[in-house]
Design a protein around this ligand. Structure first.
Ligand code: HEC
Length: 692
């Protein structure tokens, strides 16, 4: 594939070295698959396969892996970026959308850029103030910021070259995804569906920042007129007043440019609100939600679309990583696009026509029994369209696979997917829905569901029958035989992005802070090292001066860092960028902060007051400080707060004392007496912890 191009441009960049102004050209991007000294874009090559042919580190010597260098990020929240390497410089991002550049040989800092986003707006990020990385083109580094800007920086100095606001700040848009480069344009999407937003992606001229086109994922208010016929067509699949909340569809992660077809493929998000009934009166497919859409690179107009979840009702985004490969199916070489979206089916489509080739369950699920290959539609189970009683549906909103990148190895023919096998959720339509700006508008009951009527749990279906797998598993999926080849089961959910190499290896980190390597062909666990902090981001690799390096960002956070406990005796370890090589130094884990000894603080034990406190806590605090009072380790666990902090509760929560740290001023939604009730409940949880 495109090898002649590759050799030509590789020679050219050697000649020009660092003095050339255009450091990353279209030809470099097209040839990225065979350029082992660099990692030029989010998914490494044009197909985003995250496969590197490098094999100096391989299944025979991986036990000799040690540290080449490390760089402490100074951050304590989630790290999700894949570092990029060009011309010997590594670029990565950290929380609050800051970007840093280090020497890829030594880890020495070259520059550090903080876009100064308003920390008080951090609550708009559904799933932590994370960032998944930059794009490189010409002599620029592009980053999308959590407050909706797209910024071009000088790759050598970090100085701002241009900056555009890509969103309407009066709506709760956020950007966490890495920009992509397509035919001289830089493309960026956004998130915000949960709070109420209308999703879109925008293409800007990479040199000037001028807007070239915008693809609206969902239609706006028909009374305002439609932007183009694609939107007008989509509107025929909606009902009610969806535009008041926004409709959603936010494309916050996956985009791929296919140079040969001149198409940009984008994975689109879930509906807003989640409930199809509330969003669209239960009517229509709601295009282009939860779809893979192919756009013409020149115009942003739709070439084809495939909707993975028509009439989304479960937060089943199709923003999960997209991957292009050319594989033989029934003896015929097909240009395919592959995806393992949240809904639990692995899709293989013809990327030229958009025709569905295969769709098979890659995780246990009970919302559908399969996908009809003729119509392309899922065959839903009877209770999937839940009502106001609680129905346990698999997968839940975290999906059977989330943003954590998958990789492909052409030697084994396998796709390595970080899966969430045990994802299940109690869905129930809200009795009365009212749109509340800046709040979560899901249209479902959320919080304590005690006493709510329950639909009897219905049988799990899917590839493996009843739910038997562990909560998380690295799955090696064969897209040709349509079956799992091997699994590695974990006793926790979040297992990070993957990298596969010519050394017959798959690298992956996990929530447990352990970095692992497996044999790509049979899944044998060949290497483990405790890094001391949960890992979600995908590893990457590159070779300089004859040495192969493997790098990964370790930093706990993201939605799981907010929702679920992930620490043991210590919490909030600092993030670290690790780079490994053979015969490196010993791997010593990052140390977390020790948990303080707790002192007893009296509280009001009346059950009614405690129940009210629990409810108000979940509504107002649980998203960041942990659903049941136990934090996921990224943001303070309030049970461990000092007595002085409890004394300061009112100034912290209602007067904005900690907005610079990302703690919003909640005076508009939490009254003084509500806060006392919340604090009382937190103290009860502290006492329960002490009693353990
Ligand atoms: C949008 C996320 C978010 C929400 C919602 C939120 N907080 Fe916070 N809170 C933070 C962040 C970020 C900090 C800064 C400390 C950190 O990063 O751990 C913080 C800090 C605090 C602290 C100081 C903790 C300490 O030990 O220093 C208190 C107390 C606190 N929050 C109480 C609350 C209460 C009570 C609620 C609900 C009424 C709430 N917060 C809702 C994000 C949030």
């Amino acid at each position: 594939m495109r090898t002649s191009f590759a050799l030509a441009s590789f020679g050219l960049s050697l000649l020009l070295g660092n003095v050339a102004s255009a450091q990353v050209t279209d030809a470099d991007l097209a040839a990225a698959a065979s350029d082992n000294s660099q990692w030029l874009s989010y998914g490494r090559d044009q197909g985003e396969t995250r496969y590197s042919p490098l094999r100096q580190i391989n299944d025979g010597n991986i036990s000799d892996l040690g540290v080449a260098w490390t760089f402490d990020t100074g951050s304590f929240r989630g790290l999700e970026a894949t570092p990029l390497v060009a011309n010997g410089i590594m670029y990565a991002t950290r929380p609050w959308s800051s970007v840093f550049a280090v020497n890829a040989r030594t880890g020495a800092l070259i520059w550090d850029y903080d876009p100064q986003v308003d920390r008080a707006q951090g609550y708009r990020a559904c799933c932590d103030v994370v960032n998944r990385g930059v794009a490189l083109y010409d002599d620029k580094v592009y980053v999308g910021t959590i407050d909706g800007r797209l910024i071009a920086l000088n790759a050598q100095t970090g100085a701002v070259e241009w900056e555009v606001l890509t969103v309407d700040r009066s709506r709760p848009y956020t950007i966490t995804g890495a920009p992509r480069i397509a035919d001289g344009k830089v493309i960026i999407g956004n998130g915000g569906a949960e709070l109420g937003a209308r999703g879109y992606i925008t293409a800007y001229d990479a040199m000037t920042g001028e807007e070239e086109w915008r693809f609206w994922v969902v239609p706006g208010n028909p009374a305002d007129g439609f932007e183009n016929p694609d939107v007008e067509f989509a509107a025929t699949t909606w009902d009610g007043n969806w535009w008041e909340v926004g409709g959603g569809g936010n494309a916050w992660d996956s985009m791929i440019y296919d140079e040969e077809e001149r198409l940009v493929y984008v994975g689109t998000g879930n509906g807003s609100p989640w409930s199809h009934e509330i969003r669209s009166n239960g009517v229509g497919d709601n295009l282009y939600l939860s779809s893979i859409v192919a756009l013409h690179v020149d115009t942003g107009r739709v070439a084809w679309y495939y909707q993975t979840t028509p009439g989304d009702n479960w937060d089943y985004t199709a923003v999960q990583p997209l991957m292009l490969a050319d594989i033989a199916i029934n003896g015929v070489l097909r240009k395919v696009i592959m995806q393992a979206p949240k809904n639990g089916f692995f899709y293989v489509l013809d990327r030229v026509t958009g025709d569905l080739i295969y769709a098979d369950p890659y995780a246990e699920l009970n919302w559908a029994t399969g996908v009809d290959l003729e119509t392309g539609r899922p065959i839903e189970t009877p209770h999937a369209r839940y009502d106001t009683s609680v129905t346990m549906i698999m997968p839940g909103p975290s999906g059977a696979h989330n943003w954590h990148p998958m990789s492909y190895n052409p030697n084994t023919g396998l796709v390595y997917i970080p899966t969430l096998q045990g994802s299940v959720f109690p869905y129930a339509i809200m009795d009365e829905f009212q749109f509340v700006p800046e709040a979560w508008n899901l249209g479902i009951k959320f919080g304590t569901l005690e006493g709510e009527p329950v639909t009897p749990e219905f049988e799990y279906v899917g590839s493996t029958g009843p739910a038997t797998r562990s909560p998380g598993a690295l799955l090696a999926w064969d897209p040709v035989t349509r079956r799992p080849r091997w699994y590695h089961d974990y006793d926790f959910t979040i297992n990070g992005g993957t990298l596969s190499t010519g050394g017959n290896l798959v690298f992956q980190g996990g929530a447990d802070g352990v970095f692992r390597a497996f044999a790509a062909d049979d899944g044998e666990l060949l290497f483990e090292a405790d890094l001391g902090v949960g890992i979600m981001a995908a590893p990457m690799t590159y070779e300089l001066d004859g040495t192969q390096y493997v790098s990964v960002l370790a930093g706990w956070g993201g939605s799981s860092g907010l929702f679920g406990p992930n620490y043991d005796g210590a919490y909030k370890p600092q993030g670290r960028l690790w780079t490994f090589q053979l015969s490196g130094t010993e791997i010593v884990p990052v140390e977390g902060q020790p948990l303080p000894d707790l002192t007893a603080i009296p509280f009001d034990e009346s059950p009614a007051r405690l129940a009210e406190g629990a409810d108000k806590y979940i509504q107002n605090c649980g998203l960041c400080h942990g659903a049941d009072g136990a934090s996921g380790g990224a943001i303070a666990d309030l049970r461990y707060a000092s007595e002085a902090t409890y004394d300061n509760f009112h100034s912290i929560v209602r007067e904005g004392a900690y907005t610079a740290l990302g703690m919003p001023n909640l005076s508009a939604t939490v009254s003084a007496s509500d806060l006392d009730t919340i604090k009382n409940w937190i103290l009860s949880q502290r006492a329960a912890l002490m009693a353990q």
